[in-house]
Structure formats: structure tokens, C-alpha cells
Design a protein around this ligand. Structure first.
Ligand code: SF4
Length: 391
């Protein structure tokens, strides 16, 4: 099926071009990075604290692309904001749109690193999938994001900017309804920066998204799950299993060696006890690797009757990796075993497969200068000058 013809540089991209061309100075701060810093600066400018809320509402609710758009702020304050702050620290390298409405952005950060984020449309839902790190240290063998390891954590502002970039792809009458932190990186390895970003996403002056509509997806770091239990038990937790025995899982997800499935399941149970939220377990189905009926029975045993949802994700092939998609037959047999055992299971549809929507694929293709066959728009914009130290 042909993809939709795309896309002129949209208003958002134009905004980033303008920002980039204005050659912002190194002393400028990213407005999304820290509300505390903004409050302190407003105080130093003899401005009331509520201006910070007004600025947030302009950014997230009214999707201002520049300080000039914030027309109910005094002109003098807008000028000062322009000198002190910038809204955009990323530029859009690639904007791909699939026929099913899925849109994917490849963003270049201030230091030249690249990350991906995705907007998925499904009936009334507008779900965004965001990254938490540049690359990933978990080393899942079938994943494009982890091939080159982790480069660095994303900052709070960079996590929020993905949400803003994706929100700008929607008409103003539509809003992001759900967030999944399931893009590049292991979210629980960057909780210090992720949690403040998600707090802003929930805030009424931010995106106003209920905690229950935010999913944090992890490969299963028990300490991280326990910290999440202690601090923010309201999020929906999705744990990626991919295998139900430690030997195979360690082959597929090398980090498994340091904890093992028993410890991961115990920490997931603690999260469930504290949050009351039904757990989700993800299982990427790889052809002839983890898709046999026997392996499905192993999974049933591991789940042990837990009230959980199992998401089966038929593998998306990745250029340069040897793994195969499961056949229709093996997929059905696997699902039959789970359903017969009373497991609550769903198959995650491969939305945006034609634009390489699996995490890390677009970044990798771009890095290799391979033109993704199914990407229908590529726009390169000038790089922002470095002005922030990576955290
Ligand atoms: S699947 Fe997720 S956890 Fe595994 S390497 Fe890829 S991004 Fe990291």
C-alpha cells in the first residue's frame, strides 16, 4: 500500500528552522528543562510566579511555537524570554507518515545525537511513544536501539520536547491522550529525568494526561521497578519478557543475567500490590526462536495465573539483523496455547511498520545513510548550537 504523500515542512518545523537560524547563544536555557529555574528567573525579573504557569499553558495547551505567540504576556517579558530561553533544542531530521496515520520523527539533539518518537492514531486515541535515552545499554539482540549501546540519558527537557513535537503534529482540536515510554532506551535507567518530565505531562498546565494513561515499559530492572513502586505507583507498568526461561532470555536480553526472571517477576508483583494496576507483559515473537507451543506453555507457567495482560508483538525485521518474523501458523499456535490456559492476551498491531516504527530503526538507517524505503518525507534542518551539558 502506498504511503500518504507528505509533507511540506509544517508549522512546527518552520518554527524550528527559525529558531535554529537565529543562532541562539550558549547562555540560553531550554525552557522545558526546569520549572524551578524558570521560576527563579521570573522572580529575578520581578515577575509573579504565575507567569510560569501561563508560559506552560502556552507551550502545552496552546502549542505556542515561539515566545512571540504568547500574546497575553507583556512585550517586554516576551523579549526577555527570547533572549534568555529557547523553546526548541531539537531539529526534525526526518518526518515519516504511514498510511495508517502513524507519524514518526527522527530528532537531532543539540549535540548531534539522534532520537526517535512516534505518534499513533487509533480511533479516538492519540498515543505517543517517546524515548528516554540515546541508544540503550540493555543489548536486546533483536533491537535496533541497542546495537550501538547507550550514548547518554535524555534530559527532562528533551523528553518533554518529544511530547511537544508530537503534539504539534496534531490539529489544535486534538490532544495527546496516552503516553508510552517505549522508544529508545530503558526508562528505569533514567528515572531521575523521566519522572519530572512525566509529572509535567500530567499537570493541568502541562498536557493534563492522567497517570493511568501513561505506560512505562521496562526490560525488567528490579531496583527501578521497586523505586517506581515507592514513588509513582500510578503508572501502567509493562515488563518485556520475550522468553519464559532464563537461558533463552539471557541470550535475547543479556541484562537478564544480572537479575533473572524470578527477581523481575517478584518486583513486578510488588508494583502490582502497591499500585493496584494490572501488569502488562510484552513478548516479541521471533520466528523459530521463542514461538513454539512448548515455549508458550513455559510462559503460561511463568505467569502463574497472575491477573496480567500479555502483549504479543510479532517481530519487525531490522536491517542488518538476522531475526525473522514468526509465521502466521506459529503465531496462531502460540496464541492458542495462551488462550486455552486462560491468559488474557492481545496481539499488538504493527502500526507504522512501513516507516520503520520499531524503536531505533529510523535512527540507525539514517546513521548508515540508508534511505528507508518506506519513509516518505525527509527534511533536514540546521543543527542547533550546543548550549546544554548532557546530564
Ligand atoms: S528493546 Fe528496549 S530495552 Fe531492549 S535494547 Fe531495545 S530499547 Fe533497549
Amino acid at each position: 500500500m502506498p504511503l500518504l504523500p507528505i509533507i511540506d515542512v509544517d508549522a512546527n518545523s518552520k518554527a524550528s528552522l527559525v529558531d535554529a537560524q537565529s543562532a541562539l547563544g550558549a547562555e540560553q536555557l531550554a525552557i522545558l528543562e526546569s520549572n524551578e529555574t524558570l521560576l527563579a528567573w521570573l522572580k529575578s525579573q520581578q515577575q509573579p510566579a504565575w507567569r510560569a504557569q501561563a508560559i506552560q499553558r502556552w507551550l502545552f495547551g496552546r502549542r505556542a511555537a515561539s515566545f512571540d505567540d504568547m500574546t497575553d504576556l507583556p512585550l517586554s517579558l516576551r523579549t526577555k524570554l527570547q533572549n534568555r530561553y529557547r523553546i526548541w533544542t531539537t531539529s526534525i531530521v526526518t518526518h515519516a507518515v504511514a498510511e495508517d496515520g502513524t507519524e514518526k520523527l527522527l530528532l537531532e539533539l543539540h549535540d548531534g545525537q539522534r532520537i526517535e518518537c512516534v505518534l499513533l492514531r487509533e480511533q479516538e486515541r492519540r498515543t505517543v511513544c517517546i524515548s528516554s535515552q540515546v541508544g540503550c545499554a540493555m543489548g536486546c539482540v533483536f533491537c535496533a536501539s541497542g546495537i550501538d549501546g547507550v550514548v547518554r540519558n535524555l534530559t527532562t527537557g528533551e523528553i518533554l520536547e518529544q511530547l511537544l513535537r508530537l503534539a504539534h503534529l496534531l490539529p489544535i482540536t486534538e490532544r495527546i491522550s496516552h503516553i508510552v515510554v517505549m522508544g529508545m532506551g530503558e526508562p528505569l535507567a533514567n528515572l531521575d529525568r523521566l519522572l519530572p518530565a512525566l509529572a509535567t505531562a500530567q499537570h493541568p498546565d502541562g498536557l493534563g494526561i492522567s497517570q493511568r494513561r501513561i505506560t512505562v515499559s521496562t526490560v525488567g530492572l528490579p531496583k527501578g521497578i521497586d523505586r517506581l513502586s515507592e514513588e509513582n505507583p500510578g503508572y501502567h507498568l509493562a515488563v518485556s519478557l520475550h522468553a519464559a526461561d532464563d537461558a533463552l532470555r539471557t541470550q535475547l536480553v543479556p541484562i537478564n543475567k544480572s537479575s533473572g526472571l524470578a527477581e523481575i517477576m517478584a518486583s513486578a508483583d510488588r508494583y502490582w500490590e502497591v499500585s493496584g494496576r494490572r501488569l502488562t507483559f510484552e513478548y516479541v515473537l521471533l520466528g523459530s526462536v521463542n514461538d513454539s507451543p512448548e515455549q508458550a506453555r513455559d510462559l503460561v507457567r511463568l505467569l502463574g495465573g497472575r491477573a496480567a495482560l500479555v502483549n504479543i508483538i510479532p517481530y519487525n525485521s531490522v536491517v542488518g539483523l538476522p531475526w525473522r518474523e514468526p509465521t502466521q501458523g506459529s503465531r496462531e499456535r502460540f496464541l492458542d496455547v495462551l488462550r486455552a490456559a486462560g491468559v488474557n492476551v492481545q496481539v499488538r498491531r504493527r502500526k507504522g511498520a512501513k516507516i520503520d516504527a520499531a524503536c531505533g530503526q529510523l535512527r540507525r538507517l539514517a546513521a548508515q545513510a540508508i534511505q528507508p524505503i518506506s519513509t516518505t518525507a525527509t527534511k533536514t534542518v540546521p543543527k542547533m548550537p550546543p548550549s546544554q551539558t548532557a546530564q
